[in-house]
Ligand binder design. Structure first.
Ligand code: BG6
Length: 488
């Protein structure tokens, strides 16, 4: 199989916050990898903009170092790093003042055929200021695009305010709200698998599916980002966005077309159909210390912090397809392994013609969709145990690890940021969140967080390296179900 790399249109991409963490870790190394892959055209220019007083040479040096540190040894055979750096320049800009805006305007090409995009790799507090000044200084055109990062607000009211600030100067078709989970290869594969095969869709409903579980488990702690994280917590940081997006893709109705609004309309319907989470259907946790690694409270620097580093919950989608099928969501830091997986647990066969003997390990069909690491799918199917001894049944996994099936190419897939930035240049919003989607997600999340506050809820402690607090296991056990084991 030969992977196809289609170069995008020439572009001017301005990165605000170009010296910041996200730009250095993800955006710039990602652009470099696209350059190496031959996807960045000759006429591509990247303009770094930030408050620091740098010149082009110093910015290029900063990017060279960022690529060395975070570029994952990008294989650049024909093109050289110097070639990429030549496409870079830098302008010192004051987001809240007037300094630098004329210089930035001069750095942009007036040619309408050059795509113009502004990446706001800055805190949401600056979105409005930047939008305002881009407009006031005549940098934004009707066709310009703006890219904004999460967190998009911290509740419904603040998300609405951000949407309103952006809407003063840009229309919805110009705004690209990033949720990097949507740029992950297997996340898109979810749609390919569901809607590109006849096999799954007829069974994809509460008649055949017992429940669905989504786990995004991480081993990292919040050390080093405690100041941000402590104001956020797992519910805001992961559930409101990443897990919500996974839930949407797994549960949505087939869109009429694979186009931005058709897909986002269907996702929005899922979010709006979510039942409020009941108090006894949610568990929060906070990791404890282990050896000389600190506890959550040490990392958050607030010895009395009640922010959660773990959440497990059960919810329902109140529509015809899903009535009666619970969805269990779970995410946390400092857990046993890094694993993001969706498991679809089917109901047992209506009537078993086999006598299941003692010791026979037979369970219902399960489809495991693994997002990371080792992207792929496995389907647990029941077969006859090979050999003599009569009709004894066992359940075995049918393995479809993509790396195996697709060979080296599976390793060359662009990472989430690379793909999403190229989609911005191509003008494709399918993998970006629409304003109403983000607001609906907050409308569902807010009462949960409010409830904790009003009740003075304190998260349950859990040991690092485990699957979270005991109560999270009970959430499933009470329903006669089991979480999928967290493992590499
Ligand atoms: C970010 C969260 O959005 O996603 C982090 O702020 C989290 O807390 C990260 O660690 C997880 O992303 P990934 O791609 O490593 O699964």
């Amino acid at each position: 199989m030969v992977s196809r790399v289609i170069p995008v249109e020439p572009f001017d991409l301005v990165i605000f916050g170009a010296t910041g963490d996200l730009a250095r870790r993800k955006i710039l190394p990602g652009l470099y990898r696209r350059f190496c892959a031959g996807q960045m055209p000759e006429g591509a220019r990247i303009i770094g903009a930030a408050r620091s007083d740098l010149d082009d040479a110093a910015f290029r040096e900063l990017v060279r170092e960022a690529i060395a540190e975070f570029g994952n040894g990008a294989p650049c055979e024909t093109q050289t790093l110097d070639g990429f750096l030549e496409a870079l320049s830098y302008v010192t800009v004051d987001a809240r003042g007037e300094g630098g805006w004329q210089a930035l305007k001069d750095a942009l090409r007036p040619d309408e055929a050059v795509v113009r995009a502004f990446y706001f790799s800055v805190g949401p507090g600056l979105f409005g200021d930047l939008a305002e000044r881009l407009h006031a200084h005549g940098l934004a055109r009707d066709t310009s695009r703006v890219v904004v990062e999460k967190p998009f607000g911290r509740d419904l009211a603040s998300a609405k305010a951000l949407n309103a600030e952006l809407a003063k100067h840009f229309n919805e078709e110009q705004i690209y709200r990033i949720d990097h989970y949507l740029g992950k290869e297997t996340v898109q594969n979810l749609m390919a698998v569901r809607f590109g095969n006849v096999l799954f869709e007829p069974l994809w409903n509460s008649q055949y599916i017992d429940h669905i579980q989504i786990t995004v488990s991480e081993t990292v702690s919040v050390e080093g980002r405690g100041a941000y994280y402590d104001k956020s917590g797992a519910m805001r940081d992961m559930v409101q966005n990443h897990l919500m997006q996974l839930l949407c893709l797994i549960a949505m109705e087939p869109p009429s077309r694979f186009n931005p609004d058709a897909v986002r309309d269907e996702k929005l319907k899922v979010i709006r159909a979510l039942a409020p989470v009941e108090t006894h259907h949610i568990v929060r946790g906070q990791y404890e210390a282990e050896g000389d690694t600190g506890s959550y409270r040490d990392h958050a620097e607030d010895p009395r912090s009640t922010t959660e580093s773990f959440v497990a919950l059960r919810t329902q989608i109140e529509n015809w397809r899903w009535a009666g099928t619970p969805f269990y969501l779970r995410t946390g830091k400092r857990l046993r392994a890094r694993m993001s997986e969706i498991t679809v647990v089917f109901k047992p066969t209506r009537h078993s013609i086999f006598d299941i003997g003692e010791g026979e390990d037979v369970h219902s069909n399960m489809l495991h969709i693994r997002l990371q690491p080792n992207e792929g799918m496995t389907m647990d199917v029941t077969i006859k145990e090979p050999g003599p001894g009569g009709m004894r049944l066992i359940t075995v996994p049918l393995d479809m690890t993509f790396a195996q099936a697709l060979g080296p190419e599976a390793e060359e897939v662009p990472d989430a940021y690379e793909r999403l930035i190229m989609d911005v240049i191509r003008g494709n919003q399918t993998l970006f969140m629409r304003g109403d989607e983000v607001e609906a997600a907050w409308a569902w999340t807010d009462p949960v967080i409010e409830g904790w506050k009003t009740r003075g809820d304190v998260p349950k402690p859990y040991e690092p390296g485990t699957a979270g607090p005991e109560d999270a296991l009970m959430l499933m056990h009470r329903d006669g179900r089991r979480w999928r084991e967290i493992r590499k």
